[in-house]
Ligand binder design. Sequence first.
Ligand SMILES: [Zn+2]
Length: 622
Amino acid sequence: MGKASRREFAKLGAIAGIGTALGSAEGLRAVGIAATNTAPASELAKPSSQEESSSRGRLIAPLINHVGYRPGAGKFIVIEDLPGAESFELVRVHKKGMSPVFVGKLASTGKDFGPYLLGDFSSFREPGIYRANVPVGNPVTGEDRLPAWSYDFGIGERVWDDSLHKLVNYYRLQACGASRHGYNSPCHTGKIERDDHGEAVPITGGWHSAHDHLRDLSEILHGVFGLLAVATARPDLEEELGLFDEIRWGNDYFLSLQSPPGYVCFGVYAKHYYDYERWDWWDSASYILITKPAALIFQHNFIAIQAMIAMLYQQTHPEYAARCREAGRRSFEWVRKQPGGAWGREKLSYELGTGVLAGVEMFRATGEVQYRKFAAALANQLVALQQPAGFFAECQGSDVEIAADYDLPVVRAVYAPLAQLGLCAAARWLADDPDWPRWKASLARFASFLKSASEANAFGLIPYRVYRDQPPVKTRSLHGLHYRYFLEPDVKTTIPFWKPDYWNTGSDAQAAGHGVVMSWMAEILGETWLAKLAQRQLDWITGANPFNASMILGVGRNQPVSYRSLEIFPDVPDIDGAVLQGPIGTAADEPLIVSNYWATAEFWMPHQAAVTWLAAEISISA
Ligand SMILES: [Zn+2]
């Protein structure tokens, strides 16, 4: 998570809510960010008008996925709406001559992020390396035409394989304990104190959550989903990526946190997250095991993960598979006795969706009807939260507003799409259930919401949140819905042993999570446009965004400068395959990247996991 830089920024006056006021140019310089615009803070946070942008330096470039596309994938090009921009061309790079292999028309599109044009070349399937150009009016002479070119991109069956290697590589370098690959291995192998005053023992394994070395479930459990997605989609890569070993490296840590009653603990956390003068973050004595149960959503995810490992490795590692299945069963026994959710008597949509996934996966792993009944009941509760416009409310009443909570802001920001994923799991694997038609119809209604929401902007992005009641901050509106693509600028979380404090994160995990849901929905509903929209979520992460920037180090181009706290030594290196958090939003909900700023440019496992998961899905779809 954001580490002590959060305080550093606040101290320098550079944040205090980057969306409400971007801070003084002085503050930005003080943290090593080039402040090229000395306009007052309130001016910087405003969406730029046409006049303002024409008075600044500009980048005119066709935006595509920097990696490329599988032959059957949806393929789109986005460019700013410029005079003269009407069509686009694809030119083959490894061939002499400029004659285009494909010519397409550009059409206007939703204007939520400003005026852009959209071109579709999904029908072009020939493998190769290409570059796209868009002839525009020459912005200097104003007369002749000038082709603006994209980066090179590939079309090929295995175009995502190199990226998958790198994404998995990140996990290896962030492995905690005496691993063979950790960037400062062996680390954190000493005894870890417990908050219940039980005996301190070494607790090793798992992965460092981010730039810092927290290992709470909220931040790193999801990592296993990313690796499981690769292992499930790409058994051909199992051996060369050593997927079982990497999954086990993480999962052994989670298994070690299971308590005698069955629940999994909150996890290993810093004793004082902000006091880096006193504590050395490479010293095991700086950490404490928080023994209270992790939030319900993470108990559910733990169960689903154990069942998935059990199924996937039943043949090759039967003993470990049996151990995981038993761990899942024990956790489920505890979960089923919980009367409500983590945030009240009613389970929130995220808790319902992950509960469905847990039940479905345990049913698949054991064939026992109790798990299926549990999943079906929760799926029906989730359907009851669907609104007439097709999106899912968080709960029956007003949306929950809890500032003084650690998990809920994180869950909303990065794990929200797991609600719909649960419904997809029920529709995918419980097809002979009497309630199956209800789940499928619900997903069809959600698909119509995705369609209209994705068409409101040029990049196919889906809102992070749709508000039920009067929204508390500035929002966008369309067809009577109030929404934001990016987190509210006034979100606070409560770090353990600390007071509620400003927190923010980029859009990668939301986009990737929605992409996974779209990919599953495409199969369930038999709608290819949903598979194309799933690809566009990955496009947003690897280049097709207003910054023409990839958010994965070593994959694509133009990454922001990655975050450096300078409070940990040795510092986390730039790791090939590390996923940056992505753009955050201004007060007006416009995308914003600040180089080196933790909320946009720090590595963090929830984003890593979701992007790895989507890349795995995309590497086999279409
Ligand atoms: Zn470590």
